[in-house]
Each structure stands twice: as structure tokens, then as C-alpha cells.
Design a protein around this ligand. Structure first.
Ligand code: HEC
Length: 139
């Protein structure tokens, strides 16, 4: 059997099913935003009223807009997302911490951990330059 040909066929099939993996880019709005919405927004959104109570973003960190994501929170300003440096980005570091760590996100008992698959996706997004595309979100 011609091994080279077989590998090429496998690679081609993979490219069809996974266009973004092929060119190494991650689409923030399609792939990352839904994770943040589902697992982070309830504590990291713009100040708003909920049932008559004012809810402020926890840790001073908002994740509902491109500019505020880059601005970061109280403890790690400018280091929430460091483009090209996943290891320096607290958004990724906090979700990768063990449940019991006091900085683990979401905090222990306050929501499901971010899946390994989604952590890998966020890592790849940061590594490849943390582009938001046309998305701006809330100011
Ligand atoms: C149930 C509420 C809650 C949820 C859900 C939550 N967080 Fe947090 N987050 C907090 C609190 C409270 C703090 C402040 C902790 C502290 O300073 O000790 C914080 C702080 C942070 C910080 C540090 C900000 C700074 O610079 O001080 C990061 C980064 C963070 N969260 C990321 C996330 C991410 C990413 C998600 C979603 C996967 C998430 N959080 C989900 C409550 C939450």
C-alpha cells in the first residue's frame, strides 16, 4: 500500500471537516464567545441590575467585550489575555487550575469546569494572536 497517498487522503478528509484547524485560526465569535457566555458571563458582565439588585463584575473583570477582555481585572490588569502567550494569560490559567485552588474559574461549586477540549481551543486562540475579528461586544 502507498503510505504517502493514504496519509494525504486522511489529511484531506480532516481539512474538510475542520477548516479552522487547517489554517490554524480560531474564530472568536463562533468558537470562544459561546464558552464565555455559558460559563463566565453571569459573574463577569458589565454592571447591571438583576431583580432590583446591582450586579458588579467579579474581580473587576468583564468578559463581554473585546476591549474589556484585554483590559483585564483588578489583580491582573493587561494580563487577562496576552496575545501569543497562553502561559501568561490569566483567563486561561484560572480555568486550568484544579477545582480546589482559590483562583480556579469558575470558582469551586459555582459552575462546571471548562472542558479540556474548550481549554485547548482557548489556548490556540491566544497562541495564534487572540484576534476578535469583527466582534467588539459591549463597550
Ligand atoms: C460564580 C461567579 C464566577 C464565575 C461563573 C466565573 N468567575 Fe471569574 N471571578 C469570580 C470572582 C469572585 C473573582 C475574584 C476572585 C478573587 O479576586 O479572589 C473572579 C476573578 C477572575 C479572574 C481574575 C481577574 C483579575 O484580574 O483580578 C479571572 C481571569 C477570571 N475570574 C476568569 C473567569 C473565567 C474565564 C470564567 C469562565 C470560565 C469565570 N471567571 C467564571 C467569580 C466568577
Amino acid at each position: 500500500m502507498n503510505m504517502k497517498l493514504t496519509l494525504a487522503a486522511v489529511a484531506a478528509a480532516f481539512a474538510v471537516t475542520s477548516a479552522s484547524a487547517q489554517d490554524g485560526t480560531v474564530d472568536f465569535e463562533k468558537q470562544i464567545l459561546p464558552i464565555l457566555k455559558e460559563q463566565c458571563f453571569k459573574c463577569h458582565e458589565k454592571e447591571h441590575e438583576d431583580n432590583g439588585r446591582v450586579k458588579k463584575p467579579k474581580g473587576g473583570l468583564r468578559l463581554d467585550g473585546a476591549a474589556v477582555i484585554m483590559k483585564g481585572g483588578k489583580e491582573y490588569p493587561e494580563e487577562n489575555v496576552v496575545a501569543g502567550k497562553p502561559d501568561a494569560s490569566w483567563l486561561l490559567k484560572t480555568i486550568a487550575l484544579p477545582d480546589t485552588d482559590e483562583m480556579a474559574m469558575p470558582p469551586e461549586g459555582k459552575g462546571d469546569r471548562v472542558s479540556a477540549e474548550n481549554q485547548a481551543l482557548i489556548k490556540k486562540w491566544i497562541e495564534s494572536g487572540a484576534s476578535f475579528g469583527a466582534w467588539k461586544g459591549e463597550e
